[in-house]
Design a protein around this ligand. Structure first.
Ligand SMILES: O=C[C@H](O)[C@@H](O)CC(=O)C(=O)O
Ligand SMILES: [Zn+2]
Length: 276
């Protein structure tokens, strides 16, 4: 399992484009027929993908976890961004169509991923953090979610936030997860931006046309830099960093957080005018 060591705001200041990309951007996930996971030292985040094709994929433990099974001391959020598929948790099947989300709690020994159609496989995005207690495994379908409307077309940021794993939704120890759908013609996410020193955040961008990119902004408000992100790539955002982006075309992203305080509104708002 590849290890990512996060840079702090001091090292960030002098990093080159390739150093920024090697540190904050995860490329090459979502290989058909495989589970891929990476370990981020910050908040002990595990970020991964599972793309089952003709046979089920089992979430195995990794030597780096020193655990008898993956969820021995962890919890995981799973979002399907591909064709129909299922997550099987200790024998119980959760059918996930696109944009349906599943939470599997600490202590579940056997997690498997299945695609309904190998020709149009499920693409499961995985986000896991350490967990101190067991919460029940649960799922939520896209149709069951209540959206939170933000932004406007005048500011090119009209979008709907869907929270899946959070205080008033699926319960977890520290994981907070959801996704944001942009209205056609609105390509800015999370602008005006914010930070939240109490939690790190992970942005997983998907449904990006292969010829297009998202310009993801990061860094302290007075020293931003960008990462150019392609389809199904992931950006890690430490607590000191803003996390916002604009696409050259419409796109979608899943946001997820670990750390303390699961209050979604716990954000330190920044103004557009203070950005440098
Ligand atoms: O801490 C919360 C996260 O940054 C996201 O939920 C923000 C977001 O999806 C957006 O404004 O478009
Ligand atoms: Zn945030």
């Amino acid at each position: 399992m590849k290890l990512y060591q996060m840079a702090d705001a001091v090292r960030y200041s002098r990093m080159t484009t390739s150093e920024l990309r090697e540190t904050f951007l995860l490329e090459g996930l979502f290989k058909p027929g495989l589970i891929e996971c990476a370990y981020v030292d910050l908040d002990r985040t595990v970020i991964g993908s599972a793309v089952p094709t003709t046979s089920p994929l089992k979430l195995e433990t990794y030597p780096e976890l020193r655990a008898d099974f993956f969820l021995e001391r962890r919890e995981i959020g799973i979002l399907n961004v591909g064709g129909a598929g299922s997550v099987i948790a200790d024998g119980t099947t959760y059918e996930l169509s696109k944009l349906s989300c599943c939470y599997v709690g600490r202590g579940v020994k056997d997690v498997q991923f299945v695609s309904a159609d190998a020709e149009n496989p499920a693409y499961f995005y995985l986000l896991s953090y350490p967990a101190h207690k067991e919460f029940p495994t649960a799922m939520v379908k896209f149709e069951e979610l209540q959206g939170l409307a933000l932004g406007s077309s005048e500011t090119c940021n009209q979008r709907t936030i869907y929270k899946t794993i959070f205080k008033d939704g699926i319960k977890s120890c520290q994981l907070v997860m959801g996704f944001t759908l942009l209205a056609p013609g609105s390509n800015w996410n999370t602008m005006p931006p914010h930070t939240h020193m109490r939690r790190s955040e992970v942005y997983f961008y998907f449904d990006i046309d292969p010829a297009h990119r998202v310009m993801h902004l990061m860094g302290p408000t007075d020293e931003t830099k960008h990462l150019i992100v392609a389809d199904k790539e992931v950006v890690v955002s430490p607590g000191w960093s803003i996390h916002a982006g604009v696409g050259t075309k419409n796109y979608t992203f899943c946001w997820g957080m670990g750390g303390e305080n699961q209050e979604y509104t716990d954000m330190d708002a920044a103004s557009i005018a203070e950005l440098k």
